[in-house]
Design a protein. Structure first.
Length: 454
């Protein structure tokens, strides 16, 4: 990059950023002790806390949140009378999924074809490194012009709400004039983007029981009710023939009025196989940003290898429902639960358990902070203007902060552009995006401080 001293400083810091991201990615910080040791998350939290202390942050603390995880907090005082900006990221990550499908080890940052691969590289350990780079660049060029609070969440990917509950119990802790959520990303590499909306989510587990125990399929099949078959039929009721989500009573016909997502580009980003059609109706942007979407993210049933000719007595699935702005996640949970209970076939016994929930979010992109960000992105991305897009994912903390601090402006930026493949195997981050977004964030803080003077 060329341009100004801040950009030059960030460029000089990139080797250090890569080394630090490698250290952070090495922690297997999946916030589910059933999959990875809790000590991995604790070690990652301590690394984050140490990084904040090294940058001069005060009041650095590991916050024991009600869901049994830890979020990391720190405060860096700015000039007298300066506004306060809260910078958010999360250090917990999604599980690596199919290890055999990773080209390189998921918890070992690896450079390949100009990108850095590793779980959390973009979502969202890279977001924390982005914050560090921005602050270091400012400190090397006259100082940080605002007071800064940083919080790194420890269970965002699990949706268990620990930090939201902690913030509600300690409302003064995260109070700020503006919040920068570093957990979204550009619409495309090289196109600076703020995220205007987030879909909320609800996560349910449904269990079907039909028999006292498994039975021989030859002796009893054809009359005895198979729990797995019942579950399959129930899950099929959640989609129309074209793949659209169909939950009884849930509206699914809203339209997106922002930047469009060309179908050809979406097919490429999503790596849809040739000849396989997309699901749903309306534009791609309608489907992924403005309408609810149900996904079966897990099923407990016998694996193919080692399967026996048996009817299953019980079967279980985990279901994610993405909820667009304008709909209430709690109401969507009730509707989905009622749908599952009413569509269970053959009088099978059904139980539904909620395991996560977060409300959708819509930002006011006409606010002064967005003007400061637009100016910053124009410098960090020469020749490009800031774009606004939606995001199909959820960041439950946004609504909590919006409710706690209704006067605060909330901006959503980050490193999770389509090539990053967050939540999938072979997640990666573009170092060029990390560099440019760090410059943009630093310049935003300068612009924002200036806008608050006088």
């Amino acid at each position: 990059m060329t341009a100004n001293p801040i950009a030059e400083t960030v460029a000089s810091l990139m080797p250090r950023a890569k080394a630090e991201l490698a250290e952070l990615v090495a922690f297997q910080s999946v916030a589910d002790p059933a999959q990875f040791p809790k000590s991995e998350c604790e070690a990652a939290a301590n690394w984050v806390a140490g990084a904040l202390r090294s940058e001069g942050f005060q009041d650095v603390a590991l916050l024991d949140t009600p869901d049994g995880t830890q979020s990391v907090y720190g405060f860096l005082p700015g000039p007298e009378g300066a506004p306060t900006v809260l910078l958010y990221a999360h250090y917990d990550v999604q599980p690596p999924l199919d290890l055999a499908s990773w080209v390189t080890p998921p918890f070992e940052l690896t450079e390949r074809d100009g990108r850095w691969y590793g779980r959390g590289a973009a979502d969202c350990k890279g977001g924390f490194i982005m914050h560090l780079l921005a602050l270091r660049a400012l400190k090397a060029n006259g100082g940080v012009p605002v007071s800064v609070k940083v919080v790194a969440e420890g269970s965002e990917e699990q949706g268990t709400g620990g930090l939201e509950q902690y913030a509600e119990a300690h409302p003064e802790l995260l109070a700020a004039d503006t919040v920068v959520i570093g957990d979204t990303g550009n619409f495309r590499v090289g196109l600076p983007t703020v995220t205007a909306t987030l879909r909320g989510m609800t996560m349910l587990r449904v269990r079907i029981d039909t028999l006292e125990g498994n039975l021989h399929s030859g002796q009893f099949g054809g009359a005895a009710p198979d729990a797995l078959a019942a579950l399959i039929q129930l899950l099929a009721s959640l989609r129309a023939e074209d793949g659209s989500t169909t939950v009884d009573g849930l509206t699914a016909d809203a339209s997106w009025d922002g930047v469009e997502y060309p179908e050809a580009e979406f097919r490429k980003d999503a790596k849809v196989l040739d000849g396989v059609g997309l699901i749903g109706s309306g534009s791609v942007a309608d489907r992924i940003w403005a309408r609810p979407a149900v996904t079966v993210i897990g099923i407990d049933c016998p694996p193919v290898v080692g399967a026996t000719p048996s009817l299953q007595a019980s079967a279980r699935a985990q279901i994610s429902l993405r909820v667009p702005p304008g709909q209430d996640a709690a109401e969507a949970t009730k509707l989905l639960t009622a749908h599952l209970e009413s569509h269970t076939p053959w009088g099978a016994r059904v139980s539904v358990e909620q395991v996560g929930q977060g409300q959708p979010f819509k930002a006011d992109i006409s606010s002064p902070a967005y003007t400061s960000m637009a100016e910053a992105m124009r410098v960090a991305y020469p020749g490009q203007e800031m774009q606004a897009s939606g995001m199909g994912g959820s960041i439950p903390l946004c609504n909590t902060l919006a409710a706690l601090y209704p006067e605060a402006e909330i901006l959503l930026i980050g490193l999770s552009e389509p090539e990053a493949q967050i939540h999938a195997v072979n997640e990666s981050v573009s170092p060029e995006e990390l560099e440019r977004m760090s410059v943009a964030e630093a310049l935003f803080l300068v612009n924002y401080a200036e806008s608050k003077k006088g």
